[in-house]
Design a protein around this ligand. Structure first.
Ligand code: SF4
Length: 247
């Protein structure tokens, strides 16, 4: 009798969770052979140098983009112009992850456009790299309406695609830009000011959080804060350069 009650309680919990997902905009589950194979290896460290293993455990970016399709999995699809999938080197040693596409990214379909994109380009160039040598993407791929942050339910639905992209690129370093990207990938709630400045192990990559270029630009009329943020970002970037062996 006790076992039956336990079974009913579990069934009820599953039902509630499925209802919650449906209300968050999740239309169903991708149980294709390809997706199940990827899920089987989630959380297992894959050395970027073990290309043969990588080929087994991860798909390529084109396959992930195809699988994403004209995504309507969450309500951000209602307000977007373009899906901003990601761009850059599919075998990059360094991936930058931002929070969500803004107006310029939504218009052009490319991540990190507009003023904050220009600042990021300058940072990448100061690292003696180019945008084509790194990979750029965001936590969610569609622009939230107005200037709001993506909601937890929207992030939860979109995040598996980002994780698949990270597995596919298999970089040595991931640099998150802004609070939301760091908090999401590290599953922490601390502000970026407390998370930044050190490396974390995340999905087998070395992840370092720093401020978003937008955080710096927002302070352009407050010179002391503007300079503080700029030098904090540069300190973090120098740590990545050291890791990459760039003098
Ligand atoms: S944000 Fe992600 S999950 Fe939501 S519609 Fe866009 S691509 Fe799909």
């Amino acid at each position: 009798m006790g076992q039956i009650r336990h079974f009913i309680a579990i069934t009820e919990e599953i039902k509630n969770h499925l209802q919650f997902l449906a209300e968050s905009g999740c239309p169903g589950f991708d149980c294709s052979k390809e997706s199940l194979e990827i899920i089987r290896f989630w959380g297992k460290r894959v050395s970027p140098h073990r290309r043969q293993t990588k080929a087994i455990v991860s798909e390529n970016l084109e396959a992930i983009r195809r699988n994403l399709g004209d995504c309507r999995r969450c309500k951000l699809s209602h307000s977007r112009t373009h899906i901003v999938f990601g761009s850059g080197n599919p075998e990059a040693r360094l991936v930058f992850v931002g929070d969500a596409p803004g107006y310029d990214e939504d218009s052009g379909g490319e991540p990190f456009a507009g003023a904050s994109g220009e600042l990021l380009t300058k940072i990448i160039q100061a690292m003696k790299l180019s945008r084509e040598q790194v990979y750029l993407c965001n936590i969610v791929k569609c622009r939230p309406p107005g200037t709001r942050d993506p909601e937890p339910g929207e992030i939860r639905i979109c995040l598996p695609f980002l994780k698949r992209q990270l597995k596919a690129v298999s970089p040595e370093f991931v640099c998150t830009l802004g609070a939301l990207a760091a908090q999401t990938l590290l599953e922490k709630t601390a502000p970026v000011s407390m998370l930044r400045g050190r490396f974390y192990d995340c999905m087998g990559f070395r992840l370092i959080p720093t401020y978003h270029p937008e955080d710096i630009l927002r302070e352009k009329d407050n010179l002391p804060e503007y300079n503080r943020l700029r030098s904090s970002v540069w300190e973090d970037i120098k740590k990545i350069m050291k890791g990459l062996g760039i003098d």
